[in-house]
Design a protein around this ligand. Structure first.
Ligand code: ZN
Length: 147
């Protein structure tokens, strides 16, 4: 029996209970973004993915009002390397109820993380920003090169 890890709690679960592959930003939002959107504080989350785009584990790498600005690539990629991730997705929430469009800082950190991912061979597939008014996929937006 193959053992996977629950992306919510990190506990081992049998493979047949493992989460399905994430195929697009809408699925990322449905599976992982909705709960994040309800958080009152800003959180920056990285999702380690396996070779079939299934979440291995989620890690909260920063919490706070300016989380996206202070996220350093080392905080994002250290857990990905530990998990032997094949690829990654990052998410963060805009808790104020304002727009989910990326800030200038959001675009900047995304570019940086995408660059590091390419260098490390752990491609960043998307950065999804969530809030009360839905979500915004930076991949779908097309401002940053993915992976
Ligand atoms: Zn933001």
């Amino acid at each position: 029996m193959t053992i996977c890890h629950c992306p919510r709690c990190g506990e081992p679960v049998p493979a047949e209970q493992a989460p399905p592959s994430l195929r697009c930003s809408a699925e990322v939002y449905e599976k992982l973004g909705r709960s994040l959107a309800r958080r009152r504080q800003e959180r920056f989350v990285v999702v380690a993915l396996d070779a079939r785009n299934r979440p291995i584990r989620c890690h909260v790498v920063a919490v706070g009002s300016v989380a996206a600005v202070v996220v350093h690539p080392r905080e994002v990629f250290a857990p990905l390397i530990r998990d032997r991730a094949v690829a990654a997705i990052v998410l963060h929430n805009h808790p104020s109820g304002g727009p989910v469009e990326p800030s200038v800082e959001d675009a900047e950190i995304t570019r940086r993380l995408a660059d590091v991912g390419r260098l490390l061979g752990i491609p960043l597939l998307d950065h999804v920003i969530v809030g009360k008014n839905g979500y915004c996929s930076m991949r779908d937006l097309g401002q940053v090169r993915f992976p």
